[in-house]
Write a protein that binds this ligand. Sequence first.
Ligand SMILES: [Zn+2]
Length: 190
Amino acid sequence: MPKVNEKFVCKLEDIIKNTTLRDDSLQNALNFVAFLRKHNIIGKGTHGQVKIDNVEYQWSDPVDNDVINPVDKYTVMGAWVEIFCKTTSICFLSLDPNKDTAPWTFWPVGEYDVDYDNIPICEQTKIIAQQNAKICTLCDDKCTAAKPKAIFGETFDKVCIFHMEFIDPIAETLECIQSLMLMKNELICR
Ligand SMILES: [Zn+2]
């Protein structure tokens, strides 16, 4: 094991597999990452923190010739992940399987308030996105700027720094999230 504050390198999938996530929550989280890999959306710079056997490590997804740390012998108690596409931060994940309420949570970065040319977003995706609007309940200091924001044409008051929050998404909700990530990826790759 690397020492505290040293870089812990392993694939995001292996982090997820070695948490205590179970059943649909586990499968949906793995499916989501598989989708991002398939579309080359997980890029260099993807990093975060992992808590392994009660010790926090700086984690990053392997690139190039990185030496990979074995994580399969340990239990990941939790993780905080920021995913980069190219050089742009596109979403955050929290893996907190020890909490009954939120085994994993997803937050997309940025604005999702308009239709973009040539990127069709289906009505069901827009509705699910709106249903998961993140209304600030004074969650932390970063959200003092909570303000009215539109999500695909519907305006909500007091929206957090992350406009949406998806807690333990079911398969149908995952399709929405994946559409949002494809849209972001296309914008970044143009
Ligand atoms: Zn907030």
